[in-house]
Each structure stands twice: as C-alpha cells, then as structure tokens.
Design a protein around this ligand. Structure first.
Ligand code: RAT
Ligand code: ZN
Length: 443
C-alpha cells in the first residue's frame, strides 16, 4: 500500500521529510503563518495621525460605533432623539450599561470591544469605564497607532478619503505629512451617487461643472480627479453603490462613471472599488446606523467588466445572496477581484461560508477580508477574528488537498497566506510609499 501523503502525527516528523506536514502540523502551521504574516488592510475609515480629530480612537469612539448603536436600540427603550442629545461620553456610558452590563455581549460587535479591552489588560466587566478612559487618555497617538497596528498584525492600512469633505480637503491642501503605514483612497460617492447635492462643491473648487452634466462637466470631473490624484496619491478610487445600481442605464452617475471615472482610472492605472448593495437610510432616525442591505443585480458588474476590459474592479457585495454569483463572475473576468466580507457579512458564520466558497471556486485569487474599521483599535479584534475564522477553513482546504494526493509544506502555506493578505493587493495597486516629490501641488 502506498503511504498516504497526509501523514498522521505518529509518523516521521515533517523536518525529516523535506518539510512535509502531517495533518496536525497543517493546522498549527496555518495558525502560525496567519499569526506571523503582516497583512494589508485594504479598506478602512481610519486616518493617519496628521488628520487630527478625523481619526477616531479610544473607548468612547469604540462604544459609539454605529454597529453598536444599532444593537443598543434593540435593548433600550431610549428614543433615538434622546440618545443623540447626549454627549459622546454620555452615549458611550448608556451603550456600555445596556449592552455590556445589563446584557451579555455575545454579538460580533460587542464581543469586539471586549477583545480590545482585554488586549490592553483593561477590565471587561466593570460597571463603569473609568479605568479604560484613563488608559486611553494617557496614550500618545503616534505611538498608540504603531502599537495597535502591531497588535493587529498589520503593516499597512488603506484609508477612505473624501475630497468633497471640507474638513478633510483642507487638510490635504495643507500638504499633509505622509505616513509610512497609511495609504489614501479617492472616494467618489458624492460624485457618482449624489451629484445634485455635490456638483456645487466641485464648482466651488474651480471646476466648470453643472447640474445636468454637460459634455464639459465630464472633462472637468476628470480634471478634478487628476488634481486630487496628485494630492492624495490614492491606491485606488472607490464608491459604495446601492442595491438598485444598474449598468448600463441613463443616469448622471453612469455618465460620470464612463466619461470621467473609468478613463481616469485607466490613465492613472488605478483600480476602481465598487462596494455594492447598501440601502442607505432605511431608518434615518438611527443616522449612520440606519443603513441596510439589499440583493443587487450583478449583471451590472458583468456589463462593466466586459465593456471595460482595461479597467480593474475591486468588488465587495453586501448581500449574502450575491456572493456565489460574484465568484462566478470572477471566474469569467480576470479584471474582477472580489474582496472582503463587508459590514453585515462580517460575522464568523457568514465569513466562513463565503470564504470556503471563494477557496473552492477561486483558489487563492481573491482578497479574503478588509476591516472597515472606523475606530483605530477595532483593527485588533477584527483581524484577530479574521485569523481565527480563516485558520480552520484554510487548514481544511490543505487537508482535502493532501488527502487527494498533494504534499503540503510550510512554504506553500506561507506563499498562499502572503498572496491572500498582501500580494493580491500589491499586484492590483501600488502600495509603495509615494515619493514626496510626486505629491505635487495640484493646479
Ligand atoms: O461598514 C461601515 O462602517 C459602513 O458604514 C460603510 O462605511 C461602508 O463600509 C462603506 O465604506 O460605505
Ligand atoms: Zn467602509
């Protein structure tokens, strides 16, 4: 009988056998490689320290994360108006009391806060937040960012940068200092999803645009993107689209997409990230927590990938029901890169299902996760959870492969993990530190 390639633990140690791993060693090696490989977080809402108070961190921000606010209103009779009338600290206090003291914090978002507190050695069961507040108050933000990224196992964080946000735009105009661990993304929601509310902001920045998007407006939006590209050196452009997104369809957003955004992405060699499936403000009283998810018709994506083969599309879809189709389209179009298990999908049960499906259909040719962190310390729990959920899925893929006759080594595992969490991103976007002399002042 030929010897099974997947060795049981009582057989020859792997080291004696050209690095081949036993099944028990596969599981522990996957865990070890996941723990030691620094990841790139390709989509967050975090900011480099030079952006000052735009960057959120600390216990009060962690507790008032909109994922937790949505949960708070399930457990509390407090009316949204009453909640919003409280100070940030007051809101954090009621959320702590409601979700963490009076109830058991088992949801993904609440458990995340517990994991963060625990990672700093802070109490997870006190009735107040005094100790946590003292701890965060004592941190120096630059050092704290360094520590947090190290604790999260991240080497690089990609921000979300809105050139139409007056506060943020002013910081960019002031020659913001580059940070070696942060990269920019040019976010286009204002332009592509709500032009009528934003065209005047472009006009105020000196671009000759109008509400009806005349021919000239397309060129002017192109010029706007090129100028902001010079300022930000973004690694991609991005938009979050509703479930009702259709392409082709005669809309202002689609006109700007084809006349300005896609040509600019081609010219500047940037991918376009499409996050599809948000249903904005189904309950406006909850503010940021008031958005929901909807299934989308991915024929729009099929049409874009086919019609624009020279554009690259980084895509995340919010509905669980769209995940399989997304994999099918990725098999048809190599200019499509699925990424992340976004927002309402970022729960272990769903991440597990989606990621297994992606391994089975796409091998290692996708980007499994991004954090979508809005508050700095969230990367600690989000990436801890990703590693924990991914380890058995990846190990199981290797176990099946070994059973079917392929030997597995640590080098294979290292190559794959690097590909999933670093080099797939690196091959789609230029993640190198922008040269400071390339950040020319835009005209
Ligand atoms: O996950 C979130 O926090 C959402 O509110 C959105 O920010 C979403 O990730 C987006 O980028 O549109
Ligand atoms: Zn986001």
């Amino acid at each position: 009988m030929t010897e099974p390639l997947l060795k049981s633990t009582n057989q020859t140690p792997a080291s004696a056998d050209a690095g081949l791993l036993t099944s028990a060693q596969i599981a522990s090696t996957v865990e070890d490689v996941l723990a030691k490989t620094p990841f790139v977080d390709i989509h967050t809402h975090l900011f480099a320290p030079a952006f000052g108070k735009l960057g959120l961190w600390g216990i009060d921000e962690l507790l008032t994360y909109h994922y937790l606010e949505a949960e708070f209103f399930r457990f509390s009779q407090t009316a949204p108006e009453t909640y919003w009338s409280l100070s940030k600290r007051g809101r954090a206090d009621v959320i702590w009391r409601t979700l963490f003291v009076e109830n058991t914090p088992v949801s993904e978002a609440t458990r995340g806060v517990i994991a963060v507190l625990q990672s700093f050695g802070l109490p997870t069961d006190h009735s107040d937040l005094a100790e946590a507040r003292l701890f965060f108050k004592a941190q120096d933000i630059e050092t704290h960012i360094e520590n947090v990224l190290r604790m999260a196992g991240l080497s690089l964080v990609v921000m979300t940068n809105d050139p139409l946000d007056p506060e943020e735009a002013a910081i960019w105009r002031n020659d913001v200092a580059l940070h070696p661990q942060f990269r920019a993304v040019l976010r286009l929601d204002g332009i592509l999803c709500s032009w009528s509310a934003h065209w005047q902001a472009l006009a105020a920045q000196g671009y000759d645009v109008d509400e009806n998007v005349s021919r000239k407006s397309g060129n002017e939006v192109w010029r706007f993107l090129a100028d902001w590209h010079k300022r930000m050196r973004p690694v991609y452009m991005a938009v979050s689209l509703p479930d009702a997104f259709e392409y082709p369809q005669e809309t202002i957003g689609n006109r700007l997409l084809t006349d300005a955004v896609l040509p600019a992405c081609r010219e500047l060699n940037l991918p376009l990230s499409l996050m599809i499936g948000v249903r904005r403000q189904v309950n406006p009283a909850l503010r940021l927590a008031g958005d929901a998810a909807g299934r989308t018709d991915l024929r729009a994506l099929e049409n874009l990938c086919r019609e624009f083969p020279d554009n690259r599309f980084l895509v995340s879809v919010l509905s669980r029901e769209n995940q399989h189709e997304l994999c099918v389209y990725a098999r048809k179009f190599s200019n499509l890169m699925p990424f992340g298990c976004w927002w309402f999908l970022n729960n272990p049960s769903i991440v597990e299902e989606i990621t297994r499906e992606r391994f089975e259909m796409l091998g290692m040719s996708f980007i499994p996760q991004h954090s979508d962190a809005r508050v700095l310390e969230q990367v600690i729990y989000k990436w801890k959870n990703t590693r924990r959920t991914l380890a058995p899925i990846l190990a199981n893929s290797y176990r099946l492969l070994a059973e079917d006759g392929r030997t597995i080594t640590r080098a294979d595992i290292q190559r794959d993990v690097t590909r999933l969490f670093r080099s797939n991103a690196e091959s789609w976007m230029d993640l190198r530190v922008p040269r400071s002399d390339s950040l020319e002042p835009a005209s």
